[in-house]
Design a binder for this molecule. Structure first.
Ligand code: MGD
Ligand code: MGD
Ligand code: SF4
Ligand code: MO
Length: 700
């Protein structure tokens, strides 16, 4: 092949940070392969990486600003767009106050260095309290547990998957999701390696998932009952004298409180509620506590439920009291080149909780934002600080937050909305102006966040592969243009200069890190496996781990009062979500190679339940909850626990007025037309959609 060139970069589509080797000629991509020399991913990629080519060439992707008029969408110039957005925001704030402008920032924000570095000054220039992100439909309980226990909302213990002897996976399906808050590319191979070295992998999930298939053992659990299981496991561990915090012994407050509390949850008492047998609970606890090293990893399925905060607390407690926190083979804290956690020693940004409450429902603030479940009500409910204008950045809350239809009504009522996004989609169609950004191969990559969550300390930077068209703008350029108009202050530094500034503070002084040195090492730099860092790294005032923070102890009352199954007569089924290797939340369905094949937006149901309802495979049914209904085909499977059904999230592209031609051919339905924005983990404010009660009706 003549004149072809090779470019190395990191895939920014999910948290795995796979290294890519891209062969190209001019603007044509010849091949996208895994970079074998990437120290973290070692050549692994998934099918989504090759879809970066589709994203680059996608005809539906917007490239210049568009404005909604009575005659439809029209193109406008960047200057006109920036001026109008700034003027509208200022006018609304003059009329109704600063807080009348709300914002929602979505998941691709954390995968995009431009949005990460230029997002904070932009939010400051808007100056509103009404801030929302995808955090509260995702990992908020993890942040909450970290802030309360370790003193910093970003201090996440990361499973040491490459050295552990026992991994307990709860509410996560990394074989499909490629892992989250655990950047571990090629997860499946790493899981097999645990078993090849004589270790065990146990999955606890209401569905027998892709991860369960490659695990040693799988246990079904009823949705939302994990806190009870974890308490019962701790009960066994203390009761049988298996608890030992090892080197952290003198650095823990609240040991006896935890010991006393868990004595109220013997396995016999909670087994029926969880759907597991007391014998299985006891064995699991013993295996975990007696393994040479062990780690419990609990993710989405644990945080997006009624007791998400309790779950993430108890996962940490389990790791700590078995001596598996801050030890090789357990869960460890990272030390990335740009260490946003350590940086907080200077900036003081360690996170906050309940400094103020949301206007309509009095929900607690967390680190400056309110739970997104309350966004629609904040827009629709009159009064001081009612949201009259919205800014969305890289988010699609109509499909991704509970009761999307309610939010649609709210967005439709706004006086002004601007969306910074690449598509005219289910959410951005409500905007008055869409400011489209470069994306994927047109952008530079440095993972500010996922290096912070990775199983090894590495650093990697890549420039954009393809130069953007002269009429396109990067996310950071758009944010900077708006920030300077709103604040009157211009930021003299560009993206690389800002990154260079942060790299100066790297702990890896000997590597003399800068954008220039990183560019010379296109496969990335490996700083090695994670190392113990406690108690020094703790941010708590007394440098101790708060094992029994009063907020968790108090929340146990709520857990104790919850009857084992609510609303089972009217709504006999419990609904959970799922992810597929060839999807990415709501926005990758416009790639033919990802969407092709058998229909994926189906209702998974157990054979016995299907039989009772006289359902046939592929038959369309109506699924009904207290907030809405959807119609979709049934897929009968042994994967589902009895009385639990599953619908994947991120679908529902049938909505009118969007420009996603390929996605619309296979539109699916949105699970969030069934989930209820009033269902929250009231401790943290996270949405509770695992275990939404539904009924299923045949169509004829
Ligand atoms: N029921 C249910 N709901 C869920 C979940 C679930 O499991 N079940 N999962 C939750 C989770 S974990 C998450 S993270 C959220 C995600 O929720 P969101 O972040 O709201 O949704 P996404 O689908 O990630 O939408 C991303 C948006 O960013 C745009 N975009 C993509 N790339 C770029 C870019 O480079 N720049 C800009 N400016 N825009 C870009 C896309 O066009 C799309 O509009 O959904 C949550 N909702
Ligand atoms: N291919 C692909 N990869 C992705 C994404 C994607 O959409 N597609 N999204 C990315 C994002 S934003 C995130 S946050 C991560 C999420 O990554 P994961 O946390 O791995 O998320 P899921 O794959 O949704 O797995 C959640 C699991 O929890 C189970 N579950 C549901 N309710 C309960 C419960 O009450 N208890 C227990 N024990 N289990 C429960 C579900 O059956 C499911 O298997 O994935 C990321 N990676
Ligand atoms: S696993 Fe994630 S980071 Fe790796 S190639 Fe797939 S989408 Fe990209
Ligand atoms: Mo997420």
């Amino acid at each position: 092949m003549n004149n072809t060139q090779i470019h190395f970069r990191t895939c920014n589509l999910c948290e795995a940070m796979c290294g890519l080797e891209i062969t190209y000629k001019n603007t044509e991509i010849i091949a996208i392969k895994g970079d074998k020399k990437d120290p973290l991913s070692r050549g692994h990629i998934c099918p989504k990486a090759t879809a970066l080519e589709d994203l680059y060439h996608d005809k539906d992707r917007l490239k210049t600003p568009i404005k909604r008029t009575e005659k439809g969408w029209i193109d406008i110039s960047w200057e006109e767009a920036f001026d109008e957005v700034a003027t509208q925001i200022k006018n609304i704030q003059k009329k109704y106050g600063k807080n009348a402008v709300g914002s929602y920032r979505g998941n691709p924000t954390v995968h995009n260095i431009g949005l990460m570095l230029f997002g904070a000054p932009f939010m400051q220039s808007v100056g509103s309290n009404q801030k929302y992100t995808a955090t509260s439909v995702d990992q908020l309980p993890h942040h909450f547990a970290s802030l309360m226990m370790f003193g910093h909302y970003l201090m996440f213990p990361i499973p040491d998957i490459d050295r552990t002897d026992f991994m307990l996976i709860m509410g996560a399906n990394p074989a499909a999701s490629n892992g989250s808050i655990m950047t571990a590319p090629d997860f499946s191979k790493r899981l097999k390696a645990i078993q090849n070295r004589g270790g065990k992998v146990v999955v606890v999930d209401p569905r027998f998932t892709e991860t369960s298939k490659i695990a040693t053992t799988h246990h079904f659990i009823k949705p939302g009952k994990d806190a009870l299981l974890l308490l019962a496991m701790l009960n066994v561990i203390f009761d049988e004298n298996l608890a030992d915090a090892k080197h952290l012994k003198n650095h823990i407050n609240g040991w006896n409180t935890v010991k006393e509390i868990v004595s109220n949850y013997p396995p016999e008492k909670v087994a029926t509620s969880t759907g597991m047998t007391s014998e299985n609970i006891k064995n699991l606890a013993r295996q975990f506590a007696t393994a040479k090293t062990a780690v419990c990893y609990g993710r989405m399925g644990l945080s997006t439920q009624e007791f998400g905060g309790l779950c993430q607390w108890l996962v940490n407690v389990l790791n700590i009291v078995t001596g598996n926190l801050d030890t090789e083979g357990g869960a460890l804290f990272t030390k990335p080149a740009i260490d946003v956690v350590e940086m907080s020693r200077r900036t003081g940004k360690i996170g906050s909780f309940n400094k103020r409450q949301s206007r309509v429902h009095g929900l607690p603030e967390f680190t400056g934002e309110f739970p997104v479940s309350t966004l629609a009500d904040e827009i629709l409910t009159p009064g001081k600080d009612q949201i009259k204008a919205m800014i969305t950045v890289a988010g699609n809350p109509v499909l991704s937050t509970p009761n999307g239809k309610h939010l649609e009504k709210a967005l439709d009522s706004l006086e002004f909305m601007v969306a910074i996004d690449i598509y005219l989609n289910e959410t951005t169609k409500y905007a008055n102006i869409i400011l489209p950004t470069t994306t994927g191969l047109e952008t530079a990559v440095y993972d500010l966040i996922f290096h912070q969550f990775a199983i090894r300390n590495t650093a990697k930077y890549a420039e954009a592969l393809f130069e953007k068209d002269s009429n396109q703008r990067h996310d950071w350029e758009i944010l900077e243009a708006l920030t300077s108009r709103l604040s009157g202050k211009e930021n003299p530094a560009n993206l690389e200069q800002t990154l260079d500034y942060m790299l100066q503070f790297s702990a890896y002084k000997e590597s003399e890190l800068s954008v220039a040195t990183l560019k010379k090492q296109p496969h990335g730099i490996d700083f090695g496996a994670l190392k113990p860092q406690l108690p020094e790294r703790l941010f708590t005032k007394d440098k101790k781990i708060e094992l029994a923070h009063p907020l968790f102890i108090k929340d146990l009352d709520r857990l104790n009062k919850t009857s084992s199954d609510k609303n089972t007569d009217t709504y006999p089924f419990s609904l959970i979500g799922r992810r597929h290797l060839r999807s990415n939340n709501s926005w990758m369905h416009n790639s033919k190679r990802l969407i092709k094949g058998k229909e994926r937006c189906t209702l998974l149901i157990n054979a016995e339940d299907a039989h009772q309802l006289k359902l046939k495979n592929n038959e369309k049914v109506s699924v009904i909850s207290n907030v809405g209904s959807v119609i979709l085909p049934v897929e009968i499977t042994e994967q589902m626990m009895p009385k639990v059904v599953s619908i994947p999230h991120g679908w529902g592209h049938h909505r009118k007025g969007i420009k996603l031609e390929i996605a619309q051919q296979n539109a699916g339905v949105s699970i969030n037309d069934l989930t209820d924005s009033n269902r929250l983990d009231t401790l943290t404010g996270n949405a509770d959609f695992s275990g939404t009660r539904v009924k299923i009706e045949r169509l004829n």
